[in-house]
Design a protein around this ligand. Structure first.
Ligand SMILES: Cc1ncc(COP(=O)(O)O)c(C=O)c1O
Length: 363
């Protein structure tokens, strides 16, 4: 184990007791975003989990180290996962399976009402195909329990074929194992800020299944770091999401022998930039994606990281993050989805792409 990881784990020995496989994680960078921060009147940093090395990076590598650690302990040779058509989790799981020499069986749910051949075939779908996933379809988009039940049926068929499956469920009935990866990310981020000699006033992070948000929150509180952690809703309204995060955080804390002290005030979720819903772009998201690209050459996707940046900007605009504050934006990746949303980001014939007519001169 690298020495910096060992030092971080010493902060929370309960985490070190959980099985984990090595998927080539790096200590991702903590980059200052000076131009974007200045334009918002804050000091802004990005924790760059988009740069994790496994097959175009993202937050799921951290989660998969713990899921597949458990699977490896059980002697599994196949992993099953369900997700949206453009799911990063599906792509990262397939990649992780390949790294371990396992088979990956994935189920793609029609969660986003989109009739766009680029969305259906490019981005994460293309990568999962290249990585050799066995792809199944599930037509219902908002049926978490149904999607998990169908995955179990596929796992049974897998067993009948002589394989030993490990199923990653997303529903609330399952233990939030993957969140341990973000417990660790909180320790790592805390250490990086310590080394910089400063601490952020706020953390802003996406909140979907809640394992990233819940894991980071519990990790921070377990080491006595009381920074407010704002979760930006990417799938559910704030009312539902706050219950989900409270539940998940308690479960994650239990996996760590309740090292953290959590209060209801710790659960911060914001859905101001969620409409019209999961995976559907809006003006705030598309403007946040452009601002980050043009001010910082920072690439954000429409479903997660772009929506989270839009949420961060909205928190600043509404004064919930005050002028002059210092903010850590957790960039969880999602880069391949940018290509799948090409027709939303740069609609055909639009001037947004700055493609100038032939013969004109850019100034
Ligand atoms: C790029 C990216 N960011 C954030 C999230 C949200 O993470 P979580 O589901 O742990 O809340 C996801 C989930 O798929 C994701 O793919």
């Amino acid at each position: 184990m690298p020495s910096d990881r060992l030092a971080d784990i010493e902060l929370l020995p309960e985490l070190g007791r959980h099985p984990r496989v090595d998927l080539g994680l790096i200590r991702s960078g903590l980059d200052p975003l000076r131009r974007l921060g200045d334009s918002l009147g804050i000091t802004l940093y990005a924790k760059r989990d988009d740069t994790q090395p496994l097959a175009m990076g993202g937050n799921k590598t951290r989660q998969l180290e713990y899921y597949l650690g458990l699977g490896a302990e059980q002697g599994c040779d196949t992993v099953l996962i369900t997700g949206a058509v453009q799911s990063n989790f599906v792509r990262s799981t397939t990649a992780a399976a390949r790294r371990l020499g396992w088979h990956a069986l994935v189920q793609l749910e029609d969660r986003v009402p989109k009739n766009d051949p680029v969305y259906a075939a490019s981005g994460n779908v293309l990568l999962s195909q290249l990585l050799g996933a066995e792809i199944h379809r599930f037509p219902e988009g908002e049926n978490e329990a149904g999607a998990d039940a169908n995955l179990d049926r596929l796992a049974e068929q897998c067993e009948q074929r002589g394989r030993k499956p490990y199923v990653i469920h997303l529903g609330m009935d399952s233990q939030p194992i993957g969140a341990l990866g973000y417990v660790y990310a909180a320790l790592e981020t805390w250490r990086q800020f310590q080394d910089l000699g400063t601490m952020p006033d706020y953390v802003v992070i996406p909140s979907g299944s809640g394992l990233t948000h819940g894991g980071f929150l519990v990790g921070a509180r377990a080491i006595g770091w009381d920074v407010p952690v704002h979760g930006i809703c990417v799938r559910r309204a704030a009312e539902l999401q706050s219950v989900r995060i409270a539940t998940r955080a308690a479960e994650i804390n239990a996996m760590l022998d309740n090292r953290a002290t959590l209060t209801p005030q710790d659960i911060l979720v914001d859905d101001t930039t969620l409409a019209p819903g999961y995976g559907r772009i809006n003006d705030a998201v598309s403007s946040a994606i452009r601002r980050a690209a043009r001010d910082e050459a920072l690439l954000l996707d429409p479903v997660y990281s772009g929506r989270t940046m839009a949420g961060l900007i909205s928190l600043v605009e509404r004064g919930l993050i005050e002028p002059g504050a210092s903010v850590a934006f957790i960039h969880t990746g999602g880069t391949p989805a940018i290509f799948a949303y090409q027709n939303d980001l740069v609609p055909e014939g639009s001037e947004n792409g700055e493609v100038l007519p032939q013969g004109s001169v850019a100034v």
